[in-house]
Design a protein around this ligand. Structure first.
Ligand code: KIV
Ligand code: ZN
Length: 515
C-alpha cells in the first residue's frame, strides 16, 4: 500500500501571479471544476485579501467545488486571515494557508522584523486561523534560504499552535535537488513534533529545478506537493503538476507514494489554463507539449510501431491525449452543443449566454467543417470575453496584403457604443491592423509578446493569438481565436486593451506586510 501524495494545485493563486495571467471569477471556477474532476486534493483558489474581486473568486470556487479542499492564502495579519476564512467558509472543506518569511534576507530587508517577532507572528496567525478552521497550513516563505535552527524552531512552534500542514517553499528557486531533499529529511528529523503535520513543498523554477526539487523532497518524506498546471507561476513558474504526477506514477519503482489523480484530465486542463491565461504551452513541454508524444525520426517511428515501449515511457491516452475528435459540425443542434459542453465541464449561467455561444458556434461551423473540443473551449472563452462590458469591440476588419505593395488595414472599432472607422499601413497585415486600431484607441502601450498557435491541426484550424501589452508597469495578456489569424490578432489586441483599462487594485501577497 503506497502513501498518498497530496496534490495541492496553486494555479489559481501562484499561477495567477504570472505577469498578465489574471483570471476572472468565472474563469477560475471553470479551471477549479476541471481540477476537481482530476481529483486534485487541494485547490488554492487565490489570495482573498488582495481585492474584492479576488475574495469573490475564492468564494465562488468554494461554492462550486465539493470534492476538493478549497484553500485561501493569507499573510499573518488579522485582516488577511479573517478574509481568507470568510472566503472559504462555503466550501465543504476549507483551508487557510498563512505564511511569513523566515530567511535573514527577507526578515531584515522586507519585513524589518527580528526573528523573534517573526516567530511570534507565525504562531499568532496559526492560532487565529485555527479559530476559524481545523485545516490550517503554514509556510515559512523563502525556507530554501532560511537558517536551519530557526526554521526548526518556527516549525515546531506552528505545529504546536495547530498547523496541520507545514509547507517548505523554495521561493526563489535557489536550492539544488540534493540540498532540498536533505532539508526535508533534516527538518522531519529535528523538529520534535514533525509527525503531527504533513510536510509539503512548494518549489519555484528559476533554475529549472522545481520538479526535481519537489521529487527529491518526496523521496525524503514530503507528502504534499504544491504545483500548477503547465508550471504557471511567479517569474519562471512553479513545479508543474503534470510532471510531478506522471513522474511518481511512471516511476512507481522509485517513489513510495502515489497521487489519487485521474491523469486523463491533464491535457484538457492544460489546454484550458493556456486558453484562459493566454500562456501558450511550448511544443516540447513534457507531458502536455504538442510534441511530447510525437516521433519525428524514422528509427523512432519504426520502433514505436513494433513496440510502443521502445520510445514511450507513458501512454498518451493516460494523460488525456486523444486524436482530435470531431464532436460537432454544421448540422449539430442545441442539445448536442449543450451536452458536449457539459461533458467538458462548461455550463452557462443564463439562456442569453447559452444562445449567444450557440450563435457563435454556428458562425464557426459555417467557416470550419469539423468542430473539435479545443474549438469549443476557445469559443466559450471568447464568449466569456464578450460579457465583460468591454469598452472596445471589433465591428469590422479588412486587410489588403499583396506582393509588392504595403499591406493596408481598414477597421471599424466600437468605442463605448460608437463606431470609429480607421485605416493604417503596416509592415504586414497584423501590424497594419494593430496600427489602425491604435489610431483610434491611442493606447500608449508597449507590445511585449505576440504569438499565434493553431488550436487543432489543418489549415482550416482556428488560430489562437496571444498579445501581451505593458503600460505604466502593468502587464496584461489578451487572446483571441478565429479561423482568420488577422481577425484573431485584432480580437486579441482589443481584449488586452480592454483588460488594461479595467480597474485593478490588487495587493501582491508577498509585498511587505503592515507591522
Ligand atoms: O513561493 C512562495 O514562497 C509562496 C508562498 C506564499 C507559499 O508562494
Ligand atoms: Zn510561490
Amino acid at each position: 500500500m503506497k502513501d498518498h501524495l497530496i496534490i495541492f494545485d496553486t494555479t489559481l493563486r501562484d499561477g495567477e501571479q504570472s505577469p498578465g495571467a489574471s483570471m476572472t471569477r468565472d474563469e477560475k471556477v471553470r479551471i477549479a471544476k476541471v481540477l476537481e474532476r482530476m481529483r486534485v486534493d487541494v485547490i488554492e483558489a487565490g489570495f482573498p485579501a488582495a481585492s474584492n474581486g479576488d475574495f469573490e473568486s475564492v468564494q465562488a470556487v468554494a461554492r462550486a467545488v465539493t470534492e476538493s479542499t478549497v484553500c485561501g492564502l493569507a499573510r499573518t495579519t488579522e485582516v488577511d486571515i479573517d478574509r481568507a476564512a470568510e472566503a472559504v467558509r462555503p466550501a465543504q472543506r476549507g483551508r487557510i494557508h498563512t505564511f511569513i518569511a523566515t530567511s535573514p534576507i527577507h526578515m531584515q530587508n522586507k519585513l524589518r522584523l527580528t526573528p523573534e517577532e517573526v516567530l511570534e507572528r507565525a504562531v499568532w496567525a496559526v492560532q487565529r486561523a485555527r479559530n476559524h478552521t481545523d485545516d490550517v497550513e503554514f509556510s515559512p516563505e523563502d525556507a530554501g534560504r532560511s537558517e536551519i535552527d530557526f526554521l526548526c524552531r518556527v516549525l515546531e512552534a506552528v505545529i504546536r499552535a495547530g498547523a496541520r500542514t507545514v509547507n517548505i517553499p523554495d521561493t526563489v528557486g535557489y536550492t539544488m535537488p540534493h540540498q532540498f531533499g536533505e532539508l526535508i529529511r533534516v527538518l522531519r528529523e529535528r523538529v520534535p513534533n514533525s509527525d503531527q503535520a504533513v510536510f509539503s513543498v512548494h518549489c519555484h523554477n528559476d533554475l529549472g529545478l522545481a520538479v526535481a526539487n519537489s521529487l527529491s523532497a518526496v523521496l525524503n518524506g514530503a507528502r504534499q506537493d504544491e504545483c500548477t498546471i503547465n508550471g504557471l507561476g511567479e517569474r519562471a513558474g512553479n513545479a508543474s503538476l503534470e510532471e510531478i504526477a506522471m513522474a511518481v506514477r511512471t516511476r512507481r519503482d522509485v517513489f513510495p507514494c502515489d497521487t489519487r489523480l485521474d491523469t486523463t484530465h491533464i491535457v484538457p486542463a492544460s489546454r484550458l489554463v493556456s486558453n484562459i491565461t493566454g500562456f501558450p504551452v511550448q511544443p516540447n513541454k513534457a507531458i502536455v507539449g504538442a510534441n511530447a508524444f510525437a516521433h519525428e525520426s524514422g528509427i523512432h517511428q519504426d520502433g514505436v510501431i513494433k513496440m510502443r515501449e521502445t520510445y514511450e515511457i507513458m501512454r498518451a491516452e493516460d494523460v488525456g491525449w486523444s486524436a482530435n475528435r470531431i464532436v460537432l459540425g454544421k448540422h449539430s443542434g442545441r442539445n448536442a452543443f449543450r451536452q458536449r459542453l457539459k461533458e467538458l465541464g462548461i455550463e452557462f449561467k443564463s439562456n442569453f449566454e447559452f444562445n449567444s455561444a450557440f450563435d457563435r458556434f454556428k458562425e464557426l461551423a459555417d467557416k470550419k467543417h469539423d468542430i473539435f473540443d479545443e474549438d469549443l473551449q476557445a469559443l466559450v472563452t471568447e464568449e466569456g470575453l464578450e460579457h465583460g462590458n468591454e469598452r472596445y469591440r471589433l465591428a469590422a476588419l479588412k486587410v489588403c496584403s499583396q506582393t509588392g505593395t504595403t499591406p493596408l488595414a481598414e477597421v471599424t472599432i466600437v468605442v463605448d457604443g460608437v463606431e470609429h472607422p480607421a485605416r493604417a499601413p503596416g509592415s504586414g497585415p497584423v501590424d497594419a491592423a494593430f496600427k489602425a486600431i491604435d489610431s483610434v484607441v491611442q493606447s500608449g502601450t508597449q507590445l511585449q509578446l505576440y504569438s499565434v498557435n493553431n488550436i487543432t491541426s489543418g489549415t482550416d484550424s482556428q488560430g489562437e493569438v496571444t498579445v501581451r501589452l505593458e503600460k505604466g508597469g502593468r502587464i496584461v495578456n489578451g487572446h483571441g481565436a478565429d479561423t482568420d489569424i488577422v481577425i484573431a490578432s485584432a480580437k486579441a489586441y482589443l481584449n488586452a486593451l480592454n483588460k488594461l483599462i479595467a480597474p485593478s487594485v490588487r495587493t501582491h501577497p508577498q509585498v511587505e506586510q503592515p507591522v
